[in-house]
Design a protein around this ligand. Structure first.
Ligand SMILES: [Zn+2]
Length: 309
């Protein structure tokens, strides 16, 4: 290919990328004298994900969850500080470090306890968008501010640079040939999973089956009741997904069943190794096949979205 054509193609690609990274242009002209903070207009029959992704701050008012983990929203969310004493937020430009105050408190407490155990700090992935709701990419859940992804790799001895955090990704800690954890799984990972499972309000933690097995095998004495909350699931080999139960302040939060009784280390865990169909889906970016409209969410989510914030 002639050099000039190649250069033109390269500049076109860069231009396209630059356009995508620009903040969305507002279509509404602001007339002098009108309040600039007027509620955003919403389209009930348009996909909800884009509309929730466009809200850059939380709604005001008392924290409240509406709907289910996969179809809902959150009012009065707060943002996890991006750079804490014992944690850092990965991919901060996604603006998904928001949640119900109970979730933010749990994440901070896990980070503190892991540090108290003598480990480096933790790296936080997606929580929720400022007002929750479906996301254009990445998750089916995480809609009500009660879900948090926490990477299993800890921070380096110092901190990650901004550039490292902006492009953060980490390899799985599962060897899928042997279905065992890799040598990267050690005391720090045990500490963060155990403290997460013991945190008040946490109902379940999704993790790859070999990691659940490692947690069962490493817990040789003492209380095992917290292992019940660590639930084998597909994916989740490089991060854990912490989910809180519906908080007491949110009567319109749709609860899930509690995990089955027992530590889950026996027949139930074994069933994941007997039937390995969970290994087939390729980990990747979740994109809903049929976009959820705003109208498909609980009616209260319309007010959450139009709140001035
Ligand atoms: Zn998750």
């Amino acid at each position: 290919m002639p050099l000039v054509v190649r250069l033109l193609l390269v500049s076109l690609v860069i231009a396209a990328a630059a356009c995508e990274s620009k903040p969305p242009q507002t279509a509404t002209a602001v007339t002098p004298g009108t309040p600039t903070s007027s509620p955003p207009s919403v389209s009930p029959d348009a996909p909800a994900a884009k509309q929730f992704a466009a809200a850059s701050s939380a709604s005001i008012g008392t924290p409240k969850v509406f709907g289910s983990y996969t179809r809902g929203c959150v009012a009065g969310a707060i943002q996890l500080p991006l750079d804490g004493a014992h944690w850092q937020v990965a991919n901060p430009a996604r603006n998904r470090a928001w949640g119900h105050p109970g979730l933010i408190a749990v994440v901070q407490s896990i980070a503190t306890k892991v540090a108290q155990d003598g480990h480096n700090g933790i790296i936080i992935g997606d929580l929720a968008q400022p007002r929750g709701g479906p996301m254009p990419t990445g998750h089916a859940s995480h809609q009500v501010g009660l879900d948090a992804d926490i990477w299993l790799h800890t921070m380096p001895a110092g901190k990650h640079t901004t550039r490292e955090l902006d492009a953060y990704n980490a390899p799985p800690l599962v060897d899928f040939a042997t279905l065992r954890v890799t040598s990267g799984f050690g005391d720090a990972q045990y500490s963060m999973l155990k403290h997460a499972a013991q945190s008040p309000g946490v109902e379940r933690i999704f993790i790859s089956p070999p990691i659940k097995r490692a947690m069962c095998e490493r817990t040789t004495s003492g209380d095992r009741s917290w292992l019940r909350k660590i639930r084998p699931w597909t994916g989740h080999a490089a991060h854990m997904h912490v989910r809180l139960a519906c908080p007491a302040d949110s009567e319109d939060c749709k609860a899930q069943d509690e995990p089955p009784e027992g530590d889950g280390c026996g027949a139930e865990l074994q069933s994941w190794f007997d039937d390995r169909s969970w290994m087939k889906p390729k980990p990747g970016t979740y994109v809903p096949s049929v976009p959820m409209t705003l109208r498909a969410l609980p009616a209260a989510c319309m007010s959450v979205l139009t709140d001035r914030g």
